[in-house]
Design a protein around this ligand. Structure first.
Ligand code: AP5
Ligand code: MG
Ligand code: ZN
Length: 221
């Protein structure tokens, strides 16, 4: 099974991805996570990508397409994968189709998590992440038991550099211009399933489950 999670910055893609991959035994592929890991390790890719992430701009299509292509060919993706934050442009979507065709695979579901802009901003500016295991928290909506300490591993929590108000606004702008056209793109292909992301984490998860569990129908938005 191949699932794409589509949604604005802060829509809850990563949060929902963690819950879904466990239940459906999929491999989670987040291009954002891969890029941040490369930046941390100071690899060639990381050096190329850093400026784009810092500014809230998209990394060039050919760079991310190559990352995803290589990742999808790894054995742990054979049974199924969940793409989080990719594709993000129509160009990337077209390249993904070519890659999948070459592998004789196809997209099963594109799930669009729809969230209002004010909510996106408060989710992103209040987000905290564990330095050691990557678990995601929110100061108000999903706080850790002990301030600044990860419930799962005791690691220290930090704020992503691109979660400052200024960069958040730029990321949302870039999303509107370059990623939002994908909603229509996938709707036309009858692959799109929209869920209301303005609800609490468990309710959103329930809706995603409904899509993945009984799926004969695609919905537009
Ligand atoms: P990426 O890491 O993908 O960031 P993003 O798309 O901006 O999305 P986020 O990770 O910020 O949000 P999310 O939807 O995962 O939300 P989360 O679950 O964490 O990309 C970063 C950068 O990398 C890009 O700007 C670009 O430069 C580059 N890049 C990546 N992919 C690329 C591509 N394909 N092409 C080109 N460039 C690329 O939730 C957010 C917060 O809200 C958390 O605190 C969480 O606890 C909370 N929360 C989640 N759900 C709920 C809920 N239902 N109710 C209340 N709070 C909630
Ligand atoms: Mg994410
Ligand atoms: Zn942790």
């Amino acid at each position: 099974m191949l699932v794409i999670l589509l949604g604005a910055p802060g829509a809850g893609k990563g949060t929902q991805a963690e819950m879904i991959v466990e239940r459906y035994k999929l491999t989670h592929i987040s291009t954002g996570d891969i890029l941040r890991a490369s930046i941390k390790k100071e690899t060639e890719l990381g050096k190329q990508a850093k400026d784009y992430l810092d500014k809230g701009e998209l990394v060039p299509d050919e760079v991310v397409v190559k990352i995803v292509e290589e990742r999808l060919k790894e054995p742990d993706c054979q049974a199924g994968a969940l793409l989080d934050g990719f594709p993000r442009t129509v160009e990337q979507a077209k390249s993904l189709e070519e890659v999948l065709e070459g592998m004789q695979r196809k997209i099963d579901y594109v799930i669009y998590i729809e969230v209002t802009e004010d909510e996106l901003i408060s989710r992103l500016t209040g987000r905290r992440i564990c330095r050691d295991c990557g678990a995601t928290y929110h100061l108000k909506f999903n706080p850790p038991q002990v301030r600044n300490v990860c419930d799962q591993c005791g690691g220290e929590l930090y704020q992503r550099e691109d979660d400052s108000m200024e960069t958040v606004k730029q990321r949302i702008k870039v999303y509107r211009e370059q990623t939002e056209p994908l909603i229509e793109y996938y709707r036309r292909k009858s692959l799109l399933h929209a869920v209301d992301g303005d609800q609490d984490i468990n309710k959103v998860h329930q809706q995603l489950q409904e899509v993945l569990d009984n799926n004969s129908r695609s919905e537009g938005v």
